[in-house]
Design a protein around this ligand. Structure first.
Ligand SMILES: Nc1ncnc2c1ncn2[C@@H]1O[C@H](COP(=O)(O)OP(=O)(O)OP(=O)(O)O)[C@@H](O)[C@H]1O
Ligand SMILES: [Mg+2]
Length: 353
């Protein structure tokens, strides 16, 4: 795969909704056969980016090439080369399993000669053999999601965009789903996926973390854990965990504090000096520390640390008001709701074929 042109190239991509900047000058590249994880908190701009990459939303500025095609100039051809699973389940609940497959096969112009083989493949992949005649709406979430993936890749696209494909699905179904994703990547398919599950982020070859429309970190899961934390991470066990959390937020030397199970994780500038400081700080507030040690950060730590650092940095400036405005605007239902194919054109694209 090395030397092959990138499957996705994004340069200085911007999306504004009025004054609100949802995607703020992002650049990235995904290589063929790569599982590319796109992470970020709610409202970070993940779905907006994906919709631009799928040719469903016009960028305000910048450029994106998908399968070598410019998404703004050739959105139709881009759509022929990709599979897209939108954040909302993209199936018709009131159609039978087999009817959904036939519908998507038609929409993606699967050649008649391949139709049976592709539909059989999708049924097998989704574990739905014998359930072809069931109403899709009656399927459990895990099955629905595998069916939605099957529908999105019926035409064998080289690049697949999956927007939170596993939200609301149980852990076993999630694992099965990721096995499918890995098999597709082994076959050379580029998988561009968003998730809020950090265990899933670990399955990706490369990650980009965005916050408030901006890229705040990128690299392999290992690189992110080793390089992206600003400071050291401490595991702290104590009585009154809730009170300790409250006290430690804003305590001297503590950059960040978050609950992890029955313990706290603290980001500090230096573990060596912070360990005695924190113990003393809590002792004077009547909290006894039973255990404190420096630990290696998990992806979740990196995620929490980088996104909250960003929040702190922006606090007080008009970025906050700006983003709130965007959140309110979104309540009008601007996402993929009611668009089972995920291909409805947005206001920007009205009038295009
Ligand atoms: N059509 C639109 N008009 C105005 N604002 C929008 C529109 N679409 C999205 N936004 C705003 O842009 C920001 C980014 O939204 P987006 O859906 O891309 O976030 P996300 O990272 O996918 O979040 P989530 O994890 O919740 O799915 C949000 O503040 C959202 O309210
Ligand atoms: Mg989203």
């Amino acid at each position: 795969m090395n030397g092959a042109p990138p499957a996705v190239v994004v340069r200085d991509l911007v999306k504004r909704f009025g004054d609100f900047v949802a995607v703020d000058n992002i650049s990235l590249e995904a290589r063929p056969g790569e599982i590319f994880g796109f992470l970020g908190p709610n409202g970070a701009g993940k779905s907006t980016t994906i919709r631009m990459l799928c040719g469903l939303l016009l960028p305000t500025s910048g450029q994106a090439l998908v399968a070598g095609l410019d998404v703004a100039r050739e959105p139709e051809r881009v759509r022929q080369n990709i599979g897209y699973m939108s954040q909302k389940f993209s199936l018709y609940n009131d159609l039978k399993v087999i009817e959904n497959l036939r519908f998507f096969a038609g929409m993606y112009s699967v050649p008649a000669a391949d139709l049976k083989e592709r539909i059989d493949w999708a049924i097998d992949m989704a574990g739905l053999a014998g359930r072809e005649q069931l109403l899709t709406g009656t399927l459990a979430a895990g099955w629905k999601q595998r069916l939605a993936l099957g529908c999105a890749v019926l035409h064998r696209p080289p690049i697949v965009f999956l927007d939170e494909p596993t939200s609301g699905v149980d852990p076993i179904s999630r694992r099965l789903f990721w096995e499918l994703i890995h098999r597709m990547a082994d076959d050379g398919v580029t998988v561009f996926v968003t998730t809020h599950y950090m265990d899933e982020a670990e399955y990706c070859n490369r990650l980009v973390l965005i916050d408030r429309g901006r890229i705040v970190a990128s690299g392999s899961p290992l690189e992110l854990k080793e390089k992206s934390m600003a400071g050291d991470l401490l595991l702290l066990e104590c009585d009154q965990v809730g009170k300790a959390l409250e006290e430690l937020q804003g305590a001297p030397g503590v950059t960040d504090a978050a609950i992890f199970g029955n313990a706290l994780h603290l980001v500090v500038a230096s573990a060596q000096s912070a360990i005695p400081q924190v113990q003393e700080f809590l002792a004077t507030r009547g909290i006894t520390v039973s255990h404190i040690e420096k630990i290696r950060p998990s992806l979740e730590d990196v995620f929490v640390s980088l996104t909250s650092l960003n929040r702190d940095r922006d606090e007080g400036d008009k970025g906050e008001a700006n983003r709130d405005q965007g959140d309110k605007r979104d309540k009008g239902g601007t996402k993929d709701k009611g668009d089972p194919t995920g291909t409805a054109v947005t206001d920007e694209k009205k009038g295009q074929p």
